[in-house]
Ligand binder design. Structure first.
Ligand code: PLP
Length: 400
């Protein structure tokens, strides 16, 4: 029998990928499924980006590139950080990977030793704990309760730091909660890290441009320049430019960190796709106006969905500040019984009930470390969202 490594046995498949797959399978089997699990914009990649990639193909840009990305793309990333975040990096301090996910993977695999701790504010993006575990580290979860806007509190961060802490991983706007940090809130967190020079900051800024109500985006190295020499700033084109399938993300940090990450990438995937890099170059250097238009559309959907959800008895939904998810609580539903006599004890039971009775696919809060919640993606049409809310209301009304 094939023996699976202990390393792999420590992790589970990505719950969001699995949920998407389950919805596709049920649909293929003839069920009428409304899928609200998607972690990607429903918009298409803009034409000017597609054209740049097509041009790259016809010009024969189909060979290996530098492992860390083409010099042009790394230069465009340098310009992006200067333009949007007031951060100065050299091209040698940039790594381009196959999605932001690979950049996170490279960083943890390069720096986390057996037993090292990584602070993961909860709710968290599903992959952080598993990548830490794969690297041999220990995820240390710090609760960010809804009463505190799902935001990491400086005193809770301070309490979680031990001599074994290697990283804090911060994600703003947050998937799944939509929480973001103002300048002052971010400064309070960076002040804590200034007192603990052995702790590095990983900031996952992938939803930077999906930000509502005229909020201003801030990133830790910009707020506290003294922390820049131990900060890895991660971003990518997946969410802002509707390019999830292209698989291009990037990270910026000190050379002492970027170099081992490039070494690891040189022995795993090598460079990310040359054609996708050409598309990403156009994304970063080309017109940016469509991003605000799309964010305005997301904001309209957010407002409609939150208003609708809060009218459903048993459901409470806060207003997300960014990203394209709502993360309502189903706490008041727990303990109720379905028509066929099953008790809904957990949000996992609730999510299954939605799928069974109404063909509505959403994600259970346990995947994000917060059991009595569930995640709905509003990166889909208003029509689908309305139908999804109708089904949710019916499924709740059927419980006693
Ligand atoms: N970080 C967060 C918070 C995400 O939600 C995602 C994708 O869902 C990623 C990173 C990975 O993005 P990419 O497509 O760049 O790998």
């Amino acid at each position: 029998m094939l023996r699976i490594s202990d390393r792999l046995n420590r992790i589970k498949p990505s719950p969001s990928s699995m949920a998407g797959q389950r919805a596709r399978e049920l649909r293929a089997a003839g069920r009428d499924i409304i899928g609200l699990t998607s972690g990607e914009p429903d918009f298409d990649t803009p034409d000017h980006i597609k054209e740049a990639a097509t041009r790259a193909l016809t010009e024969g840009k189909t060979k290996y590139t530098d492992v860390a990305g083409t010099p042009e793309l790394r230069e465009a990333v340098v310009e992006k950080f200067r333009r949007d975040n007031n951060l100065e990096y050299k091209a040698s301090e940039i790594i381009v990977g196959t999605g932001g996910k690979q950049v996170i993977f490279n960083a943890f695999l390069s720096t986390v030793q057996e037993g090292d701790e990584v602070i993961v504010p909860t709710p968290y993006w599903v992959s952080y704990p598993d990548i830490v575990l794969l690297a041999g580290g220990v995820p240390v979860f710090v609760d960010c309760p809804p009463e505190k806007g799902f935001k990491l509190q400086p005193e809770d961060l301070e309490r979680a730091i031990t001599p074994r802490t290697r990283w804090l991983v911060l994600n703003s706007p947050n998937n799944p909660s939509g929480a973001t940090y103002s300048w002052d809130e971010m400064k309070a967190l960076t002040d804590v890290l200034l007192r603990h020079p052995h702790v590095w900051m990983m900031t996952d800024d992938i939803y930077e441009h999906v930000l509502y109500d005229q909020r201003k985006f801030v990133t830790p190295a910009q707020v506290e320049p003294a922390l820049k020499e131990r900060t890895l700033t991660i971003n990518g084109v997946s969410k802002s430019y509707a390019m999830t399938g292209w698989r291009i993300g990037y990270g910026a940090g000190p050379l002492e960190l970027i170099k081992p990450m490039v070494k690891l990438q040189s022995q795993s995937t090598s460079n990310p796709s040359s054609v996708a890099q050409a598309g990403a170059l156009e994304a970063l250097r080309g017109p940016q106006g469509f991003i605000a238009e799309r964010t305005a559309e997301f904001q309209m959907r957010r407002d409609a969905v939150v208003a609708r959800l809060n009218k459903i008895p048993g459901i409470q939904c806060h207003l997300p500040e960014g990203a394209f998810y709502v993360f309502p609580s189903c706490r008041d539903i727990l303990g109720l019984t379905t028509r066929d006599g099953k008790c809904i004890q957990t949000s996992d039971d609730f999510v299954l009930h939605l799928l069974d009775t109404e063909g509505l696919a959403v994600l259970q809060g346990s995947a994000y470390g917060v059991p009595p919640f569930f995640r709905i993606s509003f990166a889909t049409s208003m029509q689908m969202l309305e139908e999804g809310c109708d089904r949710l209301a019916r499924a709740c009304a059927g419980l006693t």
